[in-house]
Write a protein that binds this ligand. Structure first.
Ligand code: ADP
Ligand code: MG
Length: 322
């Protein structure tokens, strides 16, 4: 390796350290020492990105750094937690300094936006793989849980669905993806602020990483409920008009990687949440209702049933996506 492990840590990871007063000890000791406020619960999430499985091998390093943090912040958003700290385990084939510069620029650009401090990690040599752990804080008892959905509640999603999947399909077919859709694949925007708006409302929430049907299914299973889903009302970005209607709908129902939030709330919360979303310049769309009959019933606007093909992505069932 050109640079030593120590050089890499000093040059690339420590440079943004010490932004937060609650970091008693950050990078540089054997472990980080962090101060959790007495009235808060600590929320912890971890996600790994493996080259060729979670991102196409030619993805640029800035986007990998951004996305590695974004997918984790998205999990905190789905819990209604405020992100505060992160740790990073990086496995690299070579100590390519240009790559490290771009990777850390992407990571710290997003970290800076939410005042997340990188407080430690591990650096090893091997096939490219990035694991991030994030730590968030939530007021005691206000975290969002998958198991909170109840029959009669309304189902919503933030943003638009299927964008990232549509871009990935274009790339995998050897073509070029629409820039807006590619941006959604490579630089997802975790819905942190809207997660904070949902905290304490009693909403059930999940972030959509494996496709709407799969992830909504997790909420419903955990809550022992079912749902009716209005498939023609799923929010769609203009770029999806470039493919067939059936193809677009498949991306919206099964496509992962958009990192929007899907949530279920009582009717009484909808007006206030709509107002909060508008303040954040984020759209939220009603996509169905929770009911007591298990399973998801997809319906068209004329009331007829729609039968979706396929399922969400499962790492141990499906073949790697390149
Ligand atoms: P140790 O041998 O005690 O585990 P390391 O040499 O692995 O320590 O790490 C030294 C310091 O650098 C530690 O504070 C560790 O958390 C930090 N560190 C190592 N790799 C990274 C990384 N990729 N990102 C952030 N901090 C890192
Ligand atoms: Mg040590």
């Amino acid at each position: 390796m050109a640079a030593s492990e120590f050089d890499i840590i000093e040059r690339y990871f420590r440079r943004h350290a010490k932004q937060r007063d609650d970091v008693v000890l950050g990078i540089g000791d054997d472990a980080a020492l962090l101060q959790v406020p007495p009235d808060r619960q600590l929320v912890v999430a971890m996600d790994t990105l493996v080259a060729g499985r979670h991102f196409p091998p030619r993805t640029n390093a800035f986007d990998i750094g951004w996305k590695a943090l974004a997918v984790n912040l998205s999990d905190l958003a789905a819990m209604g937690a405020k992100p505060v700290w992160a740790t990073l385990s990086l496995t690299l084939p070579t100590a390519d300094e240009g790559w490290l510069e771009n990777f850390t620029n992407g990571f710290f650009q997003l970290a800076g936006r939410y005042q997340v401090e990188l407080v430690g990690g591990d650096t090893t040599r091997g096939p490219l793989s990035v694991t991030v752990q994030v730590h968030g804080l939530v007021e005691r008892g206000k975290a969002l849980r998958r198991a909170a959905a109840r029959a009669g509640q309304q189902l919503f999603v933030t943003g638009t669905l299927g964008d990232a999947a549509c871009a990935l399909q274009a790339l995998q077919a050897g073509g070029e993806a629409y820039p807006d859709l590619l941006q959604r694949l490579n630089r997802p925007e975790p819905r942190v602020d809207f997660g904070l708006a949902l905290a304490g409302t009693g909403a059930a929430a999940i972030d959509i990483s494996d496709g709407l049907l799969a992830d909504l299914g997790h909420i419903l299973d955990a809550s022992q409920c079912g749902a009716t889903l209005w498939v023609e009302r799923l929010p769609r970005a203009p770029g999806l008009d470039s493919i067939s209607d059936a193809g677009a709908l498949a991306c919206q129902l099964h496509g992962g990687d958009d990192y929007e939030l899907c949530f279920s709330v009582g009717a009484g919360q909808v007006e206030e949440l709509t107002r909060r979303a508008q303040q954040q310049q984020l759209s939220i769309t009603a996509i169905g209702v929770v009911d007591s009959q298990p399973g998801i019933r997809c319906v068209l606007d004329d009331g007829s049933t729609y039968t979706p093909q396929g399922t969400g992505f499962d790492h141990f069932r499906d073949t790697p996506d390149g």
